[in-house]
Design a protein around this ligand. Structure first.
Ligand SMILES: [Ca+2]
Ligand SMILES: [Ca+2]
Ligand SMILES: [Ca+2]
Ligand SMILES: [Ca+2]
Length: 763
């Protein structure tokens, strides 16, 4: 209906251009120029006919009763009941969520018609929901044997721990379910995600930009699904008290020890941690747990990184954890000497953490600690259990709320002093996305940060790319690391709920007076979302729910949100529930009693130009009305012909509201018709449909004369138009030359080499 109303208004506008021009001339007496006068108004209260339909004022959007599926949970039939409470949690606070089973996907020809395999069908279903329901978040409700993962073609490195072609060629990623453009197998050879030079079409098969935000809850059965879902529910609705909400743990290991014989410098991830703490985490309390090499000086306030200290800090509670160093599917660790190595957190250790309910969101910068397919496809000895990331998720009351980690071998450059490449770049871009760009939903954080990393690292240097360029490859310094750069992006995946809001501070309470106890049908609620301590809550969500309506609004940067109350007589006397939620805020609900404004407006006074309007000038109308109850909310200028039949309708803007008084404003949008007279009246409505019509007399409309065109005017116009035309020519000339200059600067930037060490290092 909203769309129809817009179309209607457009038609009106077109109508006005043609019809106003044909209004007949009706001379009025000469009036002094340059003033406005208050017309003597004759008010018809709730009487008299007007052409304003309800649809024009009170949209009744079908989406209010059929909300879009913002979040989709894909799981197996056997696990679906376990995910039901998660769907309800989200739906209750305004993220309408549905469950779709893989059994129903595989049996639905809409999703299987084009052929392919099970991941293809699942992705087709996601595409369908994204296209038809506007779905934004996808929860893969199950481990890889429940919801298969896509193995992409990538030959960067022969992986330890994985059998056969899983070691050499096929590397897993859930990004396949996020990037929905193309098929990821454009040459149809069954090898998905090939870079351009392995693809007979010579195109990149990966879609690097996410259309939806994907996270996986790695349950193997209904019991595990219940554990994962209950952790999310408790995190959101009943988190433990304490100071853990604004604490961050930064575990910095040593990625490389100095080796003078091999001319290798040390790489201390404490340095990356310090950079991120300084740049992104000012609002939080940092717990530094580092191991530092002999060539790097740890800051004075650090704790020694070892298994016991890391577990102790974790058990005390934190909102976020960043671990940077080395890893394998079962552990996170780092070098403690040139060739000696220590693990700091193993999957066994993760399963025995006791940080009861104080669940951090964890980013692990390492190799393979997030290989959540290891148990399903791995070979001995790693097939004895789940990956470290899964162990953190599946710890029943402790561990983590979510983990971003790598499924396979990842990379770094050893002198990446700006922390912009590969593991360094991706790690810090992730936290920058969360803390600086305020993307607290992990699915958005991960996929948006991947896109900024591509934009600001991969695309920044001529010699760095995700695809092979044979011409550039002729030049010295070109990095033939496309497979490494590609896999480093694809292999970092999210285990956890992509939609949940991650705590970065102690949760606040919404102010109690944000909403009033009653609302009128047909009204809008204009709400300022703020906390009891008067902080604005930008991005906060409001759900108005009841009698089959599900109406959602989201606050802008200033915390303002507008929610419509349907003009539905059936709502009068009922209670609707209004639910407020937001980042670092406790979700709260209360009832709003829906009433009807039965008090008619008392007055509408119209100001019109007191003189003949210059046809080259502007024509404006002000109207001031008074209504008890909901107040006058909408007003229209209705232009009529000499027989008082409506020609065009123009909505007025609200200029100000003060108590019961509303002042409206209208500016004629088209070229004024020279020598003609505009005939019109004004009609204004309160929220519930009571109205008042203002005219000068009971029978006639206001008349405003437009001056007629004379020859001198035409000559003057020629001169006036001539001068700007010359100015435009000059301006365009300068704009073009400026653009050429800008292009040259961009070219110079593009020519810069990536200054990192040309040798890439495995984690
Ligand atoms: Ca292919
Ligand atoms: Ca895309
Ligand atoms: Ca698994
Ligand atoms: Ca009223």
């Amino acid at each position: 209906m909203a769309v129809r109303a817009t179309v209607h208004k457009l038609i009106c506008l077109l109508f006005s251009i043609t019809m106003i021009a044909s209004l007949t001339f009706a001379a009025t007496g000469a009036i002094p120029r340059g003033t406005t006068s208050s017309a003597k108004d004759y008010n018809s209260i709730n009487a008299g006919t007007h052409p304003i339909t309800n649809a024009l004022i009170y949209p009744n959007d079908t989406a209010w009763k059929h909300p879009r599926v913002e979040c989709l949970i894909i799981t197996a039939q056997a696990l679906a009941p376990s995910f039901q409470p998660l769907a309800e949690l989200k739906t209750r606070r305004g993220t309408f969520t549905e469950i779709l089973t893989v059994e129903s996907i595989y049996a639905n020809s809409t999703f299987t018609a084009g052929g392919g395999d099970n991941p293809t069908y699942i992705r087709n279903a996601i595409k369908y929901y994204h296209d038809n329901e506007g779905t934004e978040f996808i929860i893969l409700g199950g481990d890889v044997n429940v919801i298969p993962i896509r193995y992409t073609y990538n030959t960067d490195y022969t992986e330890a721990y994985f059998p056969g072609s899983y070691a050499t060629t096929y590397k897993p990623t859930d990004q396949y379910y996020a990037g929905l453009e193309g098929t990821w197998d454009e040459d149809d050879d069954g090898k998905y995600g090939e870079q351009n030079r392995y693809n007979t079409e010579n195109i990149d098969e990966v879609d690097w930009t996410a259309e939806v935000f994907v996270g996986r809850l790695p349950a193997n059965d209904a019991t595990q699904a219940q554990v994962l879902v209950q952790k999310i529910i408790d995190y959101e609705t009943n988190p433990p008290n304490g100071t853990w909400y604004n604490k961050g743990i930064f575990g910095g290991a040593v990625s490389q020890y100095q080796d003078l014989g091999l001319n290798k410098p040390s790489v201390d991830e404490a340095a990356l941690s310090e950079f991120m703490i300084d740049s992104y985490f000012n609002s939080m309390q940092a717990n530094r747990i580092y191991h530092c090499s002999s060539t790097y000086t740890c800051p004075s306030n650090y704790t020694q990184l070892n298994t016991a200290n890391l577990a102790a800090a974790w058990d005390q509670g934190a909102a976020i954890v960043n671990l940077a160093g080395h890893g394998d599917p079962s552990a996170f660790g780092g070098y403690i000497g040139t060739s000696s190595f220590s693990n700091y957190l193993t999957r066994t250790g993760a399963a025995t953490l006791v940080n009861n309910g104080t669940l951090p969101f964890v980013y692990i910068f390492s190799c393979s600690s997030g290989a959540f397919d290891i148990r399903e496809i791995g070979s001995s000895p790693m097939n004895l259990g789940d990956s470290l990331a899964e162990a953190l998720l599946l710890n029943q009351y402790a561990g983590a709320i979510g983990v971003v980690s790598a499924m396979r071998t990842t990379y770094f450059f050893e002198d990446d002093t700006q922390f912009e490449a590969l593991n360094h770049g991706q790690d810090r871009f992730f936290w920058r996305e969360m803390m600086i760009n305020h993307e607290y939903q992990p699915g958005r954080t991960l996929y948006l940060s991947k896109m900024s990393y591509i934009d600001q690292f991969i695309n920044k240097y001529w010699n760095v790319d995700l695809n092979y360029d044979p011409e550039l490859a002729e030049r010295e310094g070109y990095m033939v690391y496309q497979e490494n750069f590609r896999k480093n992006l694809l292999t970092y995946n999210l285990l956890g709920d992509p939609e949940i809001s991650i705590y970065t501070g102690i949760p606040g309470t919404f102010a109690s007076d944000i909403t009033s106890q009653t609302a009128y049908i047909g009204d809008t609620m204009d709400l300022e979302m703020r906390s009891m301590t008067d902080d604005l809550v930008s991005g906060a969500r409001v759900l108005l729910n009841g009698s089959g309506y599900y109406i959602v609004g989201q606050a802008n940067e200033l915390g303002m949100v507008t929610l419509p109350v349907p003009l539905d007589q059936a709502l009068v006397g009922t209670n609707m529930t209004i639910t407020l939620s937001g980042h670092n805020m406790k979700t709260t609900s209360k009832n709003v009693t829906i009433a009807k404004d039965t008090i008619a407006p008392t007055m509408l006074q119209v100001d019109i130009p007191a003189s003949i309007v210059d046809y080259r000038g502007t024509f404006t109308v002000n109207a001031s009305g008074i209504d008890a109850g909901s107040g006058l909310r909408y007003a229209f200028v209705v232009f009529v012909d000499e027989m008082e039949a409506p020609l065009t309708i123009h909505r007025m803007d609200i200029k100000s509201v003060s108590g019961n008084q509303t002042i409206f404003y209208f500016k004629f949008p088209d070229i004024l018709p020279p020598g003609q007279t505009l005939l019109f009246y004004v009609v204004a409505f309160d929220a519930s449909g009571n109205y008042v019509i203002a005219r000068p007399t009971e029978l006639f409309s206001y008349a405003v004369q437009v001056s007629s065109r004379i020859m001198e005017d035409a000559l003057t116009a020629t001169i006036i138009i001539g001068v700007p035309a010359f100015a435009i020519i000059i301006t365009v000339f300068f704009m073009v030359s400026r653009k050429t200059h800008q292009k040259r600067s961009a070219q110079q930037l593009h020519e810069m080499d990536y200054r990192g060490d040309p040798n890439i290092f495995k984690k």
